[in-house]
Design a protein around this ligand. Structure first.
Ligand code: NAD
Length: 443
């Protein structure tokens, strides 16, 4: 049993802290947002993640999991201090904003009164481990205190976060102090995962390279989708055919609206920025980003191709979150689509099983007027009187909709399937004017 503190109670911090406590460790999670800690202390989760609520409840009841806003309280006796704060895109030139990591490092230094291993789980530019070391060293309240810094990038996916934490494909640890990395490795031993220990720069780079590769797969298949659509091939079948090849693999070959969320967009941008700063010309990363942006535009093009002007049209949006099983709206394609269609004079009816509140916040943050958006209680409400329906997030519940009923309640039977969730022939037989992403219909 180890004594652990986790700084940041977002998607990564809360899942990490809860899973580590579930493994029998004593964990205290620290966040600077009082409201979040107050909620957590009252058994309310500030985020939606399947299975997490029960797990938090169980470990709090067992006395292994605590929440506080106080670094003094949270760092008491901690042998391991995980930093899992946000590293959003910086306002300048696409780099990562390190303010939160830096302030966490300063606050650790101000309270640390014993040796501890500081483990960075946040996604940070290569070289950030040195910055954290320097900040902690320069701000230590007790200059005699020693510490080590280890990079431990996180690879979990929102929506599958617990499963991913408990069954990782690999655990990556990077440090200039092998002993410290090995101590962290021992924390993960119960997971029986492949553990890779390397230097700190390499560990930090593994995270960016992994995300950039996955984003590249998505942009690659989206480019293929555009070619398929023009030439009459069906990209879904093409992806299946490619995916049988083990050198390629089927994962991340789903054509659609492109990647979104809190990681891929900002991490690809940050990696390109690092390369630019280093005097390199990361052409492929720039192409990946450009294709991703264009992919969202395609939806609006498809709508105007069929409807002509969108002025006065009612566009139904199925799904708002950037992907299913999460309420995360960061860089969600729905935001761009809603902004673009309302700018052309349409009004929107939208429904998401869990992301309504976060969608309202995100729209305010991005100055998207809420006046033209009606939030509905079900997918059927969205369809009522709509001129077109756009499937944006492939929530499972949208698979089993009664499409006949949907079509009958619409003003015009137009279905833009942004995630290729439905079978084109079934939808056409059902009376829809159906458009998928890259689904040509043969010669
Ligand atoms: P998040 O925004 O959901 O949570 C971050 C939390 O840190 C917030 O609750 C915030 O209040 C808190 N915080 C900020 N500064 C603090 C400070 N000084 N002290 C204490 N708490 C502080 O972020 P997230 O999605 O959990 O991501 C965290 C990091 O992990 C990011 O670097 C991200 O790139 C990376 N990551 C995220 C995912 C993911 O799927 N979300 C996956 C892998 C890696």
């Amino acid at each position: 049993m180890a004594v652990i503190s986790v700084i940041g109670t977002g998607y990564v911090g809360l899942v990490t802290g809860t899973c580590l406590s579930d493994m029998g460790n004593q964990v205290t999670c620290i966040d600077i947002v009082e409201e979040k800690i107050e909620k957590l202390n009252n058994g309310i989760l500030p985020i939606y993640e399947p299975g997490l609520e029960e797990m938090v409840e169980r470990n709090v009841a067992a006395g292994r999991l605590h929440f506080t806003t106080s670094y003094a309280e949270g760092l008491k006796n901690a042998e391991f201090i995980f930093i899992a704060v946000n590293t959003p895109p910086s306002s300048v030139a696409g780099g990562a904003d390190m303010r939160f990591v830096e302030s966490a490092a300063r606050m650790i230094a101000e309270e640390l009164d014993h040796y501890a291993i500081i483990i960075n789980k946040s996604t940070v530019p290569v070289g950030s481990g040195d910055i954290v070391s320097r900040i902690v060293r320069n701000n230590l309240k007790r200059p005699d205190v020693t510490f080590s810094v280890v990079s431990n990038p996180e690879f979990l996916r929102e929506g599958d976060a617990i499963k991913d934490f408990q069954n990782p494909d690999r655990v990556v640890l990077g440090s200039s102090e092998r002993d410290a990395a090995e101590k962290v490795a021992r924390l993960y031993l119960p997971l029986r995962a492949t553990i890779m220990i390397t230097d700190i720069y390499t560990a930090e780079m593994i995270k960016y390279a992994s995300n950039a590769f996955l984003a590249t797969k998505i942009s690659f298949i989206n480019e293929i989708a555009q070619i398929c659509e023009r030439l009459g091939a069906d990209v879904k079948e093409v992806a299946n055919g490619m995916g049988y090849d083990r050198r390629i693999g089927r994962d991340f070959l789903d054509a659609g609206l492109g990647y979104g969320g809190s990681c891929f967009p900002k991490d690809v941008r940050a990696l390109a920025h690092m390369a630019d700063e280093a005097g390199l010309h990361p052409q492929m990363l720039h192409a990946v980003m450009e294709i991703n942006h264009d992919q969202r535009r395609l939806v609006v093009n498809k709508l105007t191709d069929i409807l002509g002007s969108l002025r006065g049209c009612v566009i139904g949006i199925l799904g708002l979150a950037f992907k299913p099983n999460t309420d995360d709206m960061r860089e969600a394609p729905s935001l761009d689509i809603i902004r673009w269609v309302t700018a052309q004079g349409a009004t929107v009816r939208a429904y998401d099983p869990v992301a309504r509140e976060t969608a309202v916040e995100a729209m305010k943050l991005h100055s998207i007027s809420l006046d033209n958006v009606t939030f509905c209680e079900t997918a059927y409400d969205v369809a009522e009187g709509s001129d077109a329906l756009v499937l944006v997030t492939h929530w499972n519940e949208f698979k089993s909709l009664n499409m006949q009923r949907i079509r009958e309640s619409m003003r015009r039977p137009i279905l833009i399937d942004g995630r290729n969730m439905y079978e084109p022939s079934e939808m056409t037989n059902c009376g829809f004017i159906y458009r998928g992403m890259g689904r040509g219909s043969g010669p």
